[in-house]
Every structure is written in C-alpha cells, then in structure tokens.
Design a protein around this ligand. Structure first.
Ligand code: NAI
Length: 403
C-alpha cells in the first residue's frame, strides 16, 4: 500500500474515531474521509471541524491536528476509492455499519475494526458472504488509546497509549504487511497474532468492564450515589478476585482448545495481569498484584463508572457499553465458544456475571446457563451464526470453507 495514494475511510464518530481521524489526517500523504451513520453527527462533525480547522488530539505535553477531507452520512460519498477502512465503533454498531458500507467496498481493500471485540470475523462473513474473500480483514485486540472527546467534532484528549497492540489479519499471510503499515500510520507498535479466534478470546474488555461493573454494583440497593464511583481505582479485593477468576476461566478455555488442536496457536490469549503489564508497562506504578495494577495505572486515573442522573444523585448506568457491548460482544462469545467444546469447561463466574448483567440490562441471553435466550440474535456468540462445534469454528477460519 503506497502512502502517497492512501485513501482512508473512518466509520464512526465517538472517542476512538476522533483520535483516529486526528492521527491519520495529520499525515500529509493520507486522505481521510469520515462516514457517520447519523445525519446529526455528520453535521456536528462538519461544524466542529470548521471551527478548529480539523480534529485536534491532545496528549499530555503535545497535540496534533488532522483535517478530514470529507464527512458524510452517505456511504457512497466516503467508501468508494478507500483502500483502508476502519470501523472505530462499539461492536454493537459493526453489523449495521457493515451493511451500510457493503455495496461500496472495493476488492482488495483492507477492512477492519479498532477494536474488534469478539467474533468480528464471523460478523463480516455473515454480512458480506462471498465478497469478504475479496478483502483483507483485520481486527485490533484493543483500542491503542484511552481517549475521551473534549469537544465534539473538534478535540479529543488521549489519556494514555498502549505500548503494544495485537492485530489479527485474514488472510494470515498479509499479517506482517498490515502490522507494519498500520503501525507506521498510527505510530504504535503492532504485534500480528495467529488467528481471529485468539482475538475473540483475548478481548480483555470482556473481563475488565463487566467484571468491574459487577464488582462495583452487584450489591447496589437503589440508593443514589453522591458522585459516580471511580471505575478502575474503585477495584477492591473482591472485584480483583472477580477479574482474576474470569481471566482464569478464559485461560482454562484456551488450554482445552489447545489440547484438542495442538497446532493451533492461541498464545495471544494472555492472562489479564500479563496483558495489563504488556500494554501499560510505563503507566502502572504498583504491579504487585492485579488490584494494585488497576488502581495505580496512570491511563485509568480518574475514570469513573458510567452513571445516570436520578433524584438526589446518580445511579449505575446498566445500559452503558461496559455491559451492552462487552457482554453480548465479549463475555457471551467466550461462553459460547466454551459451549462448542465436546467436554464442557467450567465457567461458573462467566455465567454468574452474564446472568447478573442480563438482568440489569433487561436482556435474555442465557436460560438456565444455556445460550438460548431471545436476545442471542443481538450478540456475537458463535451459536448466533449457526456454529455448533469448535471444529467448525476453527476450520472455517483456517480452511475458509465459507468463502
Ligand atoms: P463511543 O461511545 O464514543 O462511540 C459512539 C459512536 O459510535 C457514536 O458517536 C456513533 O458515531 C457510533 N455509533 C454508535 N452506535 C451506532 C449505531 N447503532 N450505528 C452506527 N454508529 C453508531 O465509543 P468509543 O469510545 O469511540 O469506543 C469505540 C470502541 O473502542 C468501543 O468498542 C470501545 O469499547 C473501545 N474502547 C474505547 C476506549 C476509549 O478510551 N474510548 C478504550 C478501550 C476500548
């Protein structure tokens, strides 16, 4: 991919999209267009960009600004000609946005999600069918930055950069090229990993977000909070134990799959503590245990739990993406993968946290611990795409049977 001809499309208008657009469009040789599904967001981006002459991303000590060439809620104005397309969106928006942009995708384009969350590849294949084979599909294990919009359509603050970010690519042979080119464009260190299955299991958002929400709010008695509790700095011994047990269950799942498929490389599915250390080496002040690492991570400092305003204070916001994204597009997918194994792996904590979360959200994914709830259709559990065995899932990715 030659930088001097690079046309990039960014789909989305939230924190991640602001950061990505600022970074990409700050390269002179890159032309960036933005697709927003909603008219009012496109209008607010156009107005915001006009005020500041671009989107400004502000790090501690420096900032950069990038001016997108085109902003539109019409995909036909953004996607044709783009050789690199990012979905910088919560996972629950991936499917809708993929359907909107699908008619305009050009063969050979690189299409990916930052971050992918679980089973992004299954979603792409489901939406695009055979046409997916003409594209290169990629997924980031996490968003490389912790970032929050300062002013919509104008500026975003970047609270921290992850030291290294994993990337899955299909076809796998393209991994090194994408890792190298995307790393240069985004000024981050990207590590290519073996497969999308690793990416699905390695999503740490599925552990951290529902796990901390559960830890903070499972005993909530309906009384308003005077202020939103600190999220990461609010991790106590109990919550750290919840996070550890969720991480352990993912590791048991990884080991069970590796026993069934000894040549399958799932080394990128790291325990949570190891992942934290790898991503936030420089930002973690006290790495003596998981609770201390969460509490002392500079990138997480000051971030508060999602809340809504109620009479006399604040209530937990159970509709926030910490549950609405990370349960159906994360933890539930891992549980779904566990249920594809011939011999069940014990996942009591996953089941417990999902059952608590579905009740809080008014959703139904599990019935008696089984993935047969009415809302499974709005999830990325592999069962939703018709998978019934782990062999099918692995063979489809490796043999590309569906293409
Ligand atoms: P966000 O909540 O700021 O994104 C909202 C935007 O997504 C909306 O403005 C809209 O443009 C788009 N969107 C939402 N629903 C849509 C729909 N149904 N159809 C079309 N577009 C829709 O999210 P943010 O912060 O940008 O995060 C993006 C992804 O990055 C998420 O998966 C999040 O979990 C992940 N992430 C974000 C981090 C951060 O610091 N912001 C850190 C780590 C991960």
């Amino acid at each position: 991919m030659k930088p001097d001809t690079l046309q990039v499309a960014v789909c989305g208008g939230g924190n991640a999209a602001h950061t990505l657009v600022a970074l990409l469009a700050s390269h002179q040789e890159v032309s960036v267009s933005v697709f927003l599904s909603f008219d009012d967001e496109a209008r607010r981006w156009q107005e915001g960009v006009a005020v500041r002459g671009g989107i400004e991303a502000v790090w501690s000590g420096y900032s950069l600004i990038g001016l997108p060439k085109h902003i539109s809620s019409d995909p036909s104005q953004v996607i044709p000609g783009a050789s690199l397309i990012f979905l910088a969106l919560p996972a629950f928006a991936h499917e809708d946005v993929l359907r909107q942009i699908a008619p305009y995708l050009e063969p050979g384009a690189w299409l990916g999600a930052i971050p992918a969350r679980s089973c992004f590849d299954l979603c792409v294949r489901d939406v695009l069918g055979d046409r997916a084979a003409s594209l290169v599909i990629f997924g980031f294990q996490t968003l490389p930055w912790a970032c929050r919009i300062l002013r919509y359509g104008q500026a975003v603050t970047v609270l921290g950069n992850k030291t290294q970010v994993d990337l899955a690519v299909w076809p796998k042979e393209q991994s090194d090229v994408l890792a190298n080119d995307l790393g240069k464009l985004l000024d981050i260190s990207i590590h290519p990993i073996a497969n999308f299955l690793s990416l699905s299991l390695a999503g740490t958002g599925q552990i951290i977000h529902p796990g901390i929400m559960y830890g903070l709010f499972h005993g909530w008695n309906g009384m308003p909070y005077a202020e939103a509790p600190l999220f990461y700095q609010g991790v106590d011994t109990f919550t750290a134990e919840v996070l550890e047990s969720l991480s352990d269950e993912v590791q048991s799942l990884r080991k069970a799959i590796e026993q069934l498929f000894p040549t399958l490389d799932l080394s990128a599915v790291r325990p949570l503590a190891e992942w934290l250390n790898r991503c936030y080496q420089k930002d973690i002040h006290d790495n003596s245990n998981l609770q201390a690492a969460m509490n002392s991570n500079r990138s997480y400092a000051g971030l508060r739990a999602p809340v809504s305003v109620i009479e006399k204070g604040y209530a937990p916001d159970f509709n926030s993406r910490y549950l609405s994204e990370d349960v159906p597009y994360g933890l539930l997918a891992s549980l779904g993968i566990a249920h594809l194994l011939p011999e069940p792996v014990a996942t009591p904590r996953m089941v417990h946290v999902i059952e608590w979360a579905q009740q809080c959200m008014g959703r139904e994914y599990l019935i008696d611990g089984e993935l047969r709830g009415r809302d499974l259709v709005a999830s990325r559990a592999p069962q939703r795409f018709g998978y019934t065995t782990i062999s099918q899932l692995i063979n489809d990715e490796h043999l590309m049977r569906r293409f």
